[in-house]
Design a protein around this ligand. Structure first.
Ligand code: NAD
Ligand code: UFG
Length: 333
């Protein structure tokens, strides 16, 4: 069974590639390295001791896609490639719509042409907007608060329309909550070049001395300690969710969406305290104004993924904090 992994050099794509190879799948990766480094390919090979083909290029490039589908017998696709920074999407919406939607359309057109009709798509909990209640179920109303979220919503709708037009398609839409952590080897992980927007990469850079102090965006939310609550999920658990989704789409046609989260909400202060404790480091912080667009709390009801995909997260918040830091320590050695 051969899986095409778009965006396979990125944070989630690289971890999923490792799990696919470990489970005996063959893979082909396409990535234009717009937010990743080529060395990740070697890292995946080092961890798994397996070989695979890598095409450096853009998913919008239909000629390249045709070449990939001609040169390889692809059974299914996992589509990670896309831009993901919310703030940047507000500054440059056209770039986000062009990259995220155009690449998906090109990919789906070629898949249709070659009759490879099985795809797993990376969506996000952002499609729930500000949820009416918690935990969040897949049946909740969907909305988007920014161009990034809207690009995910538009793609979800494209996939649903595609299935309505042709019931031979097999589509799993995975709505990730907050992926953090890293592979236990410390060889792959999340390492943004710029100043990180997300909580864990920011904390990790404080622990490693690259940044000084965490700004906590508000402590007056209606949560247990006033700081924002999120459903953090270990990237390896998340990757294993993709394996289960692949098994599902290989066996059955359909189009369905699944929450990939743990079902537990942790506050910013929970994360800071846990990170300090398990890594024996100090994370200085100050409370600043709320970040525009943030919601108070967000966590999944993951029971549908358990019921339909036989998947649930098993790693703890301690594992996530330990593995995130371990990757950077290993990298800076
Ligand atoms: P990432 O930026 O680390 O990985 C994305 C990869 O896609 C990168 O390697 C990048 O170079 C590549 N890429 C981007 N556009 C491309 C294009 N047009 N052609 C070829 N390659 C391209 O991001 P990630 O955290 O691994 O996220 C993967 C997917 O999951 C994205 O679609 C993202 O929107 C989604 N997602 C991420 C999160 C999160 O918090 N990390 C949460 C929800 C959803
Ligand atoms: N936070 C801080 N300080 C920081 C960074 C974050 O206090 O420097 C807080 C935020 O206010 C929030 C929590 O930490 O309460 C988590 O923030 P992140 O930026 O790590 O994550 P978000 O939940 O805001 O957003 C992430 C992704 C989005 C995705 C969303 C839902 O960045 O792309 O999860 O999946 F849409």
């Amino acid at each position: 069974m051969q899986i095409l992994v778009t965006g396979g050099c990125g944070f989630i794509g690289s971890h999923t590639s490792v799990e696919l190879l470990n489970k005996g799948y063959d893979i082909v990766i396409i990535d234009n390295l717009s937010n990743s480094k080529k060395e990740v390919i070697e890292s995946i090979k080092t961890i798994t001791k397996k070989d695979f083909k890598f095409y450096e290029g853009d998913v919008k490039d239909t000629e390249l896609l045709k070449k990939i589908f001609t040169e390889n017998k692809i059974d299914a696709v996992i589509h990670f490639a896309g831009f993901k920074a919310v703030g940047e999407s507000v500054q440059n919406p056209l770039m986000y719509y062009r990259n995220n939607i155009d690449s998906t359309l090109s990919l789906l057109e070629i898949m249709k042409e070659v009759k490879c009709k099985k795809i797993v798509f990376s969506s996000s909990a952002t499609v729930y907007g500000n949820p009416q209640s918690l935990p969040i179920k897949e049946t909740f109303p969907l909305s988007a608060a920014n161009p990034y979220g809207n690009s995910k919503l538009i793609i979800e709708n494209i996939l649903k329309d595609l299935y309505v037009s042709d019931n031979e398609w097999s589509i799993a839409i995975l709505r990730y909550f907050n992926p953090i952590g890293a592979h236990e080897s410390g060889i792959i992980g999340e390492n943004p070049n710029d100043i990180p927007n997300n909580l864990l990469p920011y904390i990790v850079k404080i622990a490693s001395g690259e940044l000084k102090e965490l700004n906590i965006f508000g402590n007056d939310y209606n949560t247990k300690d006033g700081t924002g609550v999120r459903d953090y999920i270990h990237v390896v658990d998340l990757s294993l969710g993709h394996i289960q989704a692949i098994k599902k789409i290989i066996n059955e046609t359909g189009c369905d969406a699944y929450n990939l989260g743990t079902g537990h909400g942790y506050s910013v202060l929970d994360i800071v305290n846990t990170f300090e404790k398990v890594n024996n480091v100090k994370i200085p912080y100050k409370i600043v104004d709320r970040r525009p667009g943030d919601i108070a709390a967000c966590y999944a009801d993951p029971s549908y993924a358990f019921e339909k995909l036989n998947w649930k997260a098993t790693k703890t918040i301690e594992d996530m904090c330990k593995d995130s830091y371990n990757f950077i320590k290993n990298k800076n050695k």
